[in-house]
Design a protein around this ligand. Structure first.
Ligand SMILES: Nc1nc2c(ncn2[C@@H]2O[C@H](COP(=O)(O)OP(=O)(O)OP(=O)(O)O)[C@@H](O)[C@H]2O)c(=O)[nH]1
Ligand SMILES: [Zn+2]
Length: 308
């Protein structure tokens, strides 16, 4: 049988069978190596697997094959810093929920997320949430920021879980895809998921029933069915996606507006901070590259921790 991992708690996996959508509690048989990847978990939410349900395992399935991943997002493990943790695999798009009020999301946080998604080739849509709290000035500001991101390839949606604005637009964007939904704490992610996923409590309870009892599962990613063929991956407790192995010299490649200029700098190893003849800094000076984006670049280059 073939299925998709919808939840992983370390030793047990909940797998949704393709076709009929039935959930199975599965274990992994044998050792699985992730080629060239130092990761702490062999399987992640979104992985496609082959499994069998044998009588002697009391209805529990055994996973014996993992399909190669189209992509994945990883986070540095908290405990073993040399190891990374695969948060989710086989994503079509990512949505980052941000807000300009209560509490405002920083450009540093947004741009870090965007760089990570660029590195993994996952398109991102920004969701500006809590628009009901924006006054006229904040609304103007939001429009400017939305334009700034649209110019470099990131569309956005305005939404309010309070008034229902944008929920239908987000739903349309999800259709037929696997979408990772991310955002810092308090941004309104849970409220939005409630608006997007019918019978959410029922579905989460059903999935929990199949995962390990006694394990605190709220920090594990979970794939929720909006409707057949349309899935949301929620990543509770994951505040930041770790950017693994982006060397300082490569960072500018993950800023789309800088990428096109890189061969125009005088020095091939230009880091775009102080070097003479730098095409990136010239573009910042003449307004072709937005200053907040450049500031994020410099901050990331210096290894600053500007997550919030
Ligand atoms: N005014 C307003 N408040 C909102 C909106 N969406 C969510 N909130 C409120 O913001 C607070 C945080 O919402 P949550 O949905 O719990 O946020 P979250 O992103 O899931 O936060 P964590 O659970 O900490 O990850 C709650 O008090 C919500 O009622 C919105 O569109 N407008
Ligand atoms: Zn340069």
């Amino acid at each position: 049988m073939t299925g998709i991992v919808v939840k992983s708690t370390g030793s047990w996996y909940v797998v949704r069978e393709l076709g009929n959508g039935q959930l199975h509690r599965c274990r992994l048989r044998g050792k699985f190596k992730n080629k060239g990847l130092k990761v702490s978990n062999p399987l992640a939410v979104g992985d496609q697997v082959d499994f069998t349900v044998e009588e002697q395992t009391e209805g529990a399935g055994v996973i014996h094959h993992i399909e190669p991943r189209r992509n994945y997002i990883i986070r540095r493990s908290v405990h073993k810093s040399e190891h990374a943790h695969i948060v989710a695999a086989n994503l079509d798009v990512a949505m980052l929920v941000v807000t300009l009020a209560s509490p405002a999301t920083s450009f540093g946080f947004i741009d870090r997320f965007l760089v990570t998604a660029e590195a993994y080739h996952i398109p991102v849509t920004l969701i500006f949430n809590k628009t009901d709290l924006y006054d006229e000035d904040l609304t103007d500001y939001q429009e400017q920021i939305a334009k700034m991101y649209l110019r470099i390839g990131y569309p956005s949606v305005r939404s309010s879980a309070q008034t229902g604005e944008g929920v239908a637009d987000i739903d349309a964007l999800l259709d037929g895809k696997v979408t990772l939904l991310s955002g810092h704490s308090g941004v309104g992610k849970s409220t939005l998921i409630n608006a997007l996923v019918p019978d959410l409590d029922l579905k989460t309870a059903e999935i929990s029933q199949f995962s390990d009892k006694g394990v605190h599962t709220t920090t594990f990613a979970e794939m929720l069915e909006v409707r057949p063929g349309t899935y949301l991956i929620d990543t509770p407790g994951i505040k930041e996606l770790g950017l693994v192995d982006v060397k300082p010299g490569e960072l500018a490649h993950y800023f789309p507006e800088m990428r096109a200029l890189l061969n125009q700098c005088r020095y091939h190893n230009c880091q775009h901070t102080h070097e003479p003849g730098c095409a990136v800094r010239e573009a910042v000076d003449n307004g072709k590259i937005a200053l907040p984006r450049y500031d994020s670049y410099v901050s990331m280059l210096q290894g600053d921790d500007n997550r919030r």
